[in-house]
Design a protein around this ligand. Structure first.
Ligand code: K2U
Ligand code: NI
Length: 184
């Protein structure tokens, strides 16, 4: 199982590389890696397991964060209606998005960043993501709210982008015109 020692931190080159596409159908090795990403996120949200293994809670994890420069991510998050979005995807891609922006009112954090980086992170309010699941089947997800933000954070990791790359350095909490405020 993945624990914090497996998660690379800021400064590690893997966080700034563009990850490579995973050949479909997925190999057994790639399936195991994808499963382990989702297992980490689910474990990290279980207070007993998180305490026992010292896991930092997360709602998503991307393969570059465990020094695997392949296009894979896992998300396990509930939206404002308590609907669970639990997905582990190969080669995810945003195929369409809203013009409207959104941001998490608390700002964002990252399991690979051991410090607070305050500020609003502009995201698309709605995204359509296409990817392939563990069985190698195509999946299309229409997302909004927190799930949409989480998927954008994780897909950024596959392109070597960190959440704070999006923050307005002059005024981190400058209101984002017309953007939707998303509560955690
Ligand atoms: O990719 C990661 O480092 C996992 C992040 C993902 C994330 C952070 C902020 C906003 C969207 C996605 C961790 O989940 S950070 C901890 C956390 C937990 C619950 C809600 C938001 C952030
Ligand atoms: Ni992150």
């Amino acid at each position: 199982m993945i624990t914090m020692k497996d998660i690379v931190r800021e400064g590690h080159p893997a966080l700034r590389q563009a990850a490579v596409e995973v050949p479909m159908p997925p190999s057994d090795e790639d399936k195991e890696i994808l499963k382990s990403l989702l297992e980490y996120v689910v474990n990290s949200q279980n207070p007993e397991i998180a305490a026992e293994y010292g896991l930092r809670p997360g709602v998503g994890l991307a393969a570059p964060q465990i020094n695997v420069s392949k296009k894979m991510l896992a998300v396990n998050v509930v939206d404002e209606k308590e609907t669970l979005y639990s997905h582990a995807l190969f080669n995810p891609k945003i195929i369409s998005h809203s013009v409207e922006k959104a941001y998490l009112t608390t700002g964002e954090g990252c399991l690979s960043v051991d410090r607070q980086v305050p500020g609003f992170v502009p995201r698309y309010a709605r995204v359509t993501v296409k990817g392939w699941n563990i069985e190698g089947e195509e999946v299309k997800l229409r997302l909004k709210g927190l799930p949409a933000i989480v998927f954008q954070h994780e897909i950024d990791h596959l392109n070597g982008i960190m959440f704070y790359d999006h923050i307005n350095q002059e005024n981190p909490f400058e209101p984002i015109p017309g953007a939707l405020a998303v509560e955690r």
